[in-house]
Design a protein. Structure first.
Length: 202
């Protein structure tokens, strides 16, 4: 039995955690990102793999600095999302929910709306002609939490502009998620957050 060809559902995947090492090197060269530990693809793959096995979340997240570092331009983001979908389809995935914090890709001036649209365009082109359905979960970093109101609900997002919460793309997004470098329980969130979140879900 070919396990790779069996249909699969992936419910938790990080867009910035699955870049092809070759793509990281190529994007670093194209956009003059100079902080990679090496520009040799095989060595970089080994470095990423080693970083994932450090048994320390903070140390593990250091590897994301480089993947996010090469995702600061629209074409780069779209390419990463496209390749993500292509790779998932090749692995037999038929439904995937992929998460990413758009605000992490705004260091070179992209708006949150532009980042999300680039990801969605990449998912769409990468899954075209396959049996794969990809949904985006927009993560909001807890360390920059602020409230954003939309016409129909209340979202809590790191730095989302109201324009990003429009019907033009929300149907393609699975949900919003709160994220932080540390594990926090719900009691650490403002009571107003919990109350209004429940109202938005009802």
């Amino acid at each position: 039995m070919d396990i790779r060809s069996l249909p699969k559902v992936l419910l938790h995947d990080h867009l910035d955690g699955g870049l092809r090492p070759s793509t990281v090197v190529e994007l670093a060269d194209e956009y003059d990102y100079r902080n990679l530990p090496t520009h040799e693809v095989a060595e970089l793959a080994t470095w990423f793999n080693r970083g994932a096995k450090r048994n320390d979340l903070v140390l593990y997240l250091e590897t994301f600095a480089h993947t996010v570092g090469v995702m600061q331009h629209r074409d780069a983001i779209e390419r990463v999302a496209h390749e993500c979908a292509v790779d998932l389809a090749a692995d037999g995935v038929v439904y995937a929910e992929v998460r990413m914090a758009p605000e992490l890709c705004t260091e070179q001036g992209l708006t949150l709306d532009e980042v999300v649209r680039a990801m969605l365009d990449g998912f769409r082109s990468g899954s075209a002609g396959t049996g794969l359905t990809v949904r985006l979960i927009c993560s909001a970093m807890r360390f920059s939490l602020r409230r954003v109101r939309t016409n129909s609900s209340i979202c809590f997002a790191g730095s989302f502009e109201e324009s990003i919460c429009t019907s033009s793309w929300t149907l393609l997004c699975a949900s919003f998620a709160l994220a932080s470098r540390r594990s926090k329980n719900l009691s650490s969130l403002p009571r107003s957050f919990l109350r209004e979140s429940m109202m938005a879900r009802s």
